[in-house]
Design a protein around this ligand. Structure first.
Ligand SMILES: NC(=O)c1ccc[n+]([C@@H]2O[C@H](COP(=O)([O-])OP(=O)(O)OC[C@H]3O[C@@H](n4cnc5c(N)ncnc54)[C@H](OP(=O)(O)O)[C@@H]3O)[C@@H](O)[C@H]2O)c1
Length: 304
């Protein structure tokens, strides 16, 4: 079935903006709810895209945007929360409560097709609150009666507007030397356009219903290698020194409280206790040919 009108919750963000632009380029009508219209100003100019200021946690508001849609993509996610067991309040709200409300609204509005954004390494028993809450949100979506759900688990995502290689580059342009924990942690970064294509291709493909896909790039890197590459590509390579775990936790505790939001948290360090690489437990999408980081990152980092 071809889905013509798609609600993209979290469509104003880094990955969402690529998915929304791709859907618009294919002539699909897209509704993007946002908490603040100005957050999505880059989407205003796209034909077929309607940005609406809406609280998606309000059942009536969610019903209103769903009533105009025949499919929904949920991309809402946060990286930090105050602590809690099994996860903190911000993770509960974004990763667990929203999927619960979305399932109920889809059932009320008879919108069956849902694409859901989880994350590589999501695990109900994982070491971090982020991983545990992401796994619970995915479970809620996949178990929902009457819904046709596909879930995606990307590794860390790179692209011109990423908050990952760009942050590594920015830190190296500001500091003479970097001292960080978790340098041995492994990642398999994936390009944002590849992630967007995986979502768009799955939308009308009924063979993806009920499935979970991992989205990873072609190569595994340690955190230290990624820092090194970001430094080289941006023209500010700096020495990188590994911190022992105890010092890294003290540093993260400090970075949780920097003005403008946490740069890094103790929960991020907990996430890095398990390597963020393809597990082999879930398939890749059909025809998955991921773009190498080396083909893209030098171009956008060199402009920094
Ligand atoms: N980036 C990565 O490397 C990566 C890797 C694996 C998985 N993921 C997952 O992919 C998804 C998108 O990531 P991203 O990097 O594109 O994130 P992002 O740029 O931070 O965008 C997040 C989006 O979620 C919305 N949002 C956040 N908290 C919300 C809340 N409490 N209520 C309503 N809306 C909220 C924001 O909407 P408004 O601010 O406009 O309201 C924004 O559009 C997330 O679920 C993330 O966990 C990302």
């Amino acid at each position: 079935m071809k889905h013509e009108s798609i609600l993209v919750i979290g469509g104003s963000g880094f990955i969402g903006s690529h998915i929304v632009a791709g859907l618009s380029a294919r002539g699909r009508r897209v509704i993007v709810p946002t908490r603040r219209l100005t957050r999505a100003r880059h989407l205003w100019v796209l034909p077929t895209v309607q940005v609406v200021e809406t609280d998606v946690f309000d059942p009536q508001a969610l019903d209103r945007v769903l009533a105009q849609s025949d499919a929904v993509i949920n991309l809402v996610g946060v990286l930090h929360s105050r602590p809690g067991t099994p996860w903190g309040p911000a993770f509960e709200r974004a990763h667990v409560e929203l999927p619960r409300r979305l399932v109920a609204a889809c059932q009320r509005q008879a919108v069956r097709r849902c694409l859901h954004m989880c994350a590589l390494g999501a695990d109900l028993h994982g070491p971090s609150m982020y991983q545990r809450s992401k796994a619970e949100g995915e479970r809620i979506m996949l178990d929902a009666a009457g819904l046709e759900v596909t879930s995606f688990r990307p590794s860390v995502v790179f692209g011109p507007e990423d908050n990952f290689l760009n942050m590594f580059a920015r830190l190296q342009s500001l500091l003479p030397v970097l001292a960080l924990g978790g340098l041995q942690a492994k990642f398999q970064p994936v390009y944002v356009s590849d992630v967007a294509h995986a979502f768009i291709n799955a939308l009308d493909d009924s063979t993806t219903i009920g499935k979970v896909y991992e989205l990873t790039g072609p190569r595994v890197y340690s955190m230290k290698e990624l820092l090194h590459l970001a430094g080289i590509y941006s023209g500010h390579p700096r020495p990188v020194i590994g911190l022992p775990d105890a010092l890294a936790r003290i540093q993260a505790c400090f970075l949780e409280h920097v003005p403008g939001g946490p740069l890094m948290s103790r929960d991020n360090l907990d996430s890095m206790k398990s390597d963020n690489v393809a597990s082999g437990h879930y398939p890749f999408p059909a025809d998955w040919r991921p773009t190498p980081l080396e083909a893209v990152a030098p171009h956008y980092l060199s402009g920094r």
